[in-house]
Design a protein around this ligand. Structure first.
Ligand code: ARG
Length: 467
């Protein structure tokens, strides 16, 4: 320990041991956001260009100064993009880093850019622009995942598999139908994304510190230039609110939960015990000690990313919950949560799209499992209601007796003889065998949204027209 302790003359004796230059260094470390908000450089420059253009248009700054500002900002953009920009922690954040460099490049005209603006509306603008672009990327990624599922569903509209409740075999379904369940979930996620884009599509710039400004600015002009539908209507709300970030995180969390349930199914399906699917080599790994193993690591990691994404939502909800209006520095903690969740979600959707596209469906295994576990028992009961006129409760009881008999004999329902079935209920005829196969069972479930291949094909067509 002792050799780690630096000369603490200039830093606090009690707690400043690790800091070279006293409390101001600690302040800099807790205060600076440049380490992560430099990600907003393009949005910051775009916003500043729109603001400067508006200021000149309104006669608040001169056209010459505006031209210098725009030119300087373009230079900074290319410096950052080519890796030739030195970010400074002393300058705290992306906004001040850009502005300080602008002053170096164009001199006093740089000082006019911040007229009628505050970092409070500036950061609200930059972050909204970033989240909007991220939502647009998420929308496209979800469309890709839906397309992958539609292809697999079409290919396997007739493939039978066991449907489960409580992870116990329930009734036969088609794999196409199961795929389409995920299409519905990701379709709703995409709708949520679209709504969120609508909700945040208002421009914050011009709200200034919190009260608006006395300059004759044109907020409709900047809103239009930045691709927003309109300016925000309340300057206090504009700089206080982060619900667009919370909405992104909520949507991301719900979507991550969907992805995680799918990941869990992939993990289960790819076990030798189930064997419903084989993952491609591209999306699995081997074991360093057990040569026979093929592990679904990508699916497991998608499942785990849900923890991070949900954690980000809780973190930001907690940051925001006690803040008085308007801006407080607490809100600087919004960005890392959103950046991390966005990166995780993008990766998870991409990995899942790859897995769904590449996995091999083992139709033989699915079919064998579909027929086991008395999965057509409900079909027998329904037949008794339909053909023999029994009340459903009685039919349920008769079917229970048939299942017990088959269990005792160690065979399937379809393997019981007609005589055996008739010994349970005399009204049963040979026609019953037409519903005891899994194919007949799924084909009969033609109710709207049901598992019959004909229904599944209708749902696929509905989605194809909307994807
Ligand atoms: N870096 C700050 C943030 O991300 C920018 C806004 C600072 N505003 C202020 N009044 N200190 O929130």
């Amino acid at each position: 320990m002792a050799e780690d302790i630096k000369d603490t003359k200039s830093s606090n004796q009690m707690w400043g041991g690790r800091f070279a230059s006293g409390p101001s260094a600690i302040m800099e470390e807790i205060n600076a956001s440049i380490g992560f908000d430099k990600k907003l450089y393009a949005q910051d420059i775009r916003g500043s260009k729109a603001h400067a253009t508006m200021l000149a248009h309104q006669g608040i700054i001169s056209v010459e100064d505006k031209d210098k500002i725009l030119h300087g900002l373009d230079t900074i953009l290319s410096e950052i993009e080519s890796g030739n920009f030195t970010f400074s922690r002393k300058l705290e954040d992306i906004h001040m880093n850009v502005e300080a460099r602008l002053a170096e490049l164009i001199g006093p005209a740089a000082g006019r850019l911040h007229t009628a603006r505050s970092r409070n509306d500036q950061v609200a603008l930059d972050f909204r622009l970033w989240v909007k672009e991220e939502l647009q990327k998420t929308e496209a990624a979800l469309s890709g995942l839906i397309a992958a599922f539609l292809d697999r569903a079409e290919e396997h509209a007739d493939t039978v598999m066991p449907g489960f409740t409580h992870l116990q075999t329930a009734q036969p379904v088609t794999f196409g139908h199961h795929c389409m369940a995920y299409v519905e979930m990701f379709g709703r996620d995409r709708q949520r994304v679209r709504h969120a884009i609508e909700h945040l599509d208002e421009s914050p710039i011009g709200a200034a510190a919190l009260a608006g400004t006395g300059y004759d600015i044109d907020r409709h002009m900047t809103a239009k230039a930045l691709g927003f539908r309109e300016p925000t209507r309340n300057s206090i709300d504009t700089v206080s609110d982060r619900d667009f970030a919370l909405e992104f995180l909520s949507i991301a969390s719900i979507c991550a939960v969907h992805l995680s349930r799918l990941a869990e199914e992939i993990v289960i399906w790819s076990t030798p015990q189930f064997g419903f699917i084989r993952l491609s080599d591209a999306f699995s790994t081997g074991s360093s000690i057990m040569p026979q193993k093929k592990n679904p690591d990508a699916a497991e990691l998608v499942r785990a990313k849900t923890g991070r994404i949900n954690g980000s939502l809780i973190a930001l909800l907690t940051v925001m919950k006690g803040l008085p209006l308007a801006y407080s520095k607490d809100m600087q903690e919004d960005k890392e949560q959103v950046f991390d969740a966005a990166e995780s979600l993008e990766l998870a959707i991409a990995a899942m799209t790859g897995m769904v596209t590449d996995m091999t469906i083992r139709t033989d295994k699915m079919k064998a499992a579909a027929g086991s576990g008395y999965s057509t028992a409900t079909d027998l009961a329904d037949w008794l209601v339909r053909e023999a006129g029994l009340p459903f409760r009685d039919a349920h009881h008769v079917t229970g007796n048939a299942v017990a008999m088959a269990e005792k004999k160690g065979c399937d329902l379809a393997e019981l003889s007609l005589e055996e079935l008739q010994s349970i209920n005399a009204a049963i005829t040979a026609d019953v065998f037409n519903v005891l196969t899994v194919e007949a069972s799924v084909a009969s479930r033609k109710s709207f949204g049901g598992t019959a291949p004909s229904e599944v094909r209708k749902q696929i067509a509905w989605w194809r027209a909307r994807n």
